[in-house]
Write a protein that binds this ligand. Structure first.
Ligand SMILES: [Zn+2]
Length: 248
């Protein structure tokens, strides 16, 4: 199984990262770690070079956009370019109209820059879109981005179908385990098109507990229940989808 999106490089794992990854090894769960700052990028690259089941992606989170100076943004984009050979994807990047993020205009500009990087280096793009799924889709089509994943998708069904029709992918996160909206989406989308992720340390399926990549198996269990298919079959299908998307 593969957790299609997590942040093991974040500070929240500083205390027990080794144990967290050991649990992944034991459970046979691979991880695509997503870095969004200079320090998490450095850590993520260390992890993906030390663990054969950890892969790195790097981008500029919309939440950070308004908090970075022009110079810091340049520096982050340059570091991403310098590390590009060790990355399996660019992102996450996108638009978030719920978070206290930068202005919509600035978010759009940075999203376009990151999406253009993905195109230039022929890497898939991980998209964070909240309250802006449709708009993000239009931008991707306009920029002619080929491979994109709407990670932690929480938009509506009709936009989800448009995303899939455009040849892009959707990943559902472990909030599937407790959110009726996400469970409903899972019911309506074909398994052949879905990826699963934890987005850990966030969105834990266990109340009051930090999320971690191995809990992606909870999302597998939930999806298996929804689809009436065995957990093994679901795990195989979503892992295949994730590996195809990232080319790993
Ligand atoms: Zn994330």
């Amino acid at each position: 199984m593969l957790d299609a999106h997590a942040h093991v490089s974040f500070k929240k794992f500083n205390r027990d990262r080794t144990q967290v990854l050991e649990r992944c090894r034991l459970a046979g769960v691979g991880v695509v770690d997503c870095a969004v700052t200079l320090s998490t990028l450095e850590r993520s690259l260390e992890l993906s070079s030390s663990y054969e089941f950890v892969y790195s992606s790097a981008g500029v989170h919309p939440y950070k956009v308004g908090r970075l100076s022009g110079l810091q943004l340049q520096e982050l984009l340059r570091s991403i370019e310098e590390s590009v050979e060790q990355l399996v994807a660019i992102g996450e990047a996108g638009l978030d109209y719920y978070l206290d993020a930068g202005s919509a205009e600035l978010q759009r500009e940075v999203f376009k820059r990151v999406a253009t990087l993905a195109k230039e280096y022929a890497l898939p793009l991980v998209v964070h879109a909240r309250g802006a799924e449709e708009e993000a889709l239009h931008l991707l089509l306009e920029l002619e981005v080929e491979r994109a994943l709407f990670h932690c998708y929480g938009g509506d069904r009709s936009t989800a179908l448009k995303i899939l029709e455009s040849g892009y992918s959707i990943s559902l996160a472990t909030n599937l385990c407790f959110s009726e909206h996400h469970a409903k989406l899972a019911r309506e989308l074909p398994v052949e098109k879905i990826l699963l992720e934890t987005d850990s340390p966030y969105l834990s399926p266990f109340r009051g507990r930090r999320n971690e990549p191995v809990f992606v198996l909870e999302a597998v269990r939930k999806l298996a229940g929804i689809k009436g298919v065995s957990e093994r079959k679901i795990a195989e299908a979503v892992e295949r989808n994730a590996r195809r998307f990232y080319g790993i």
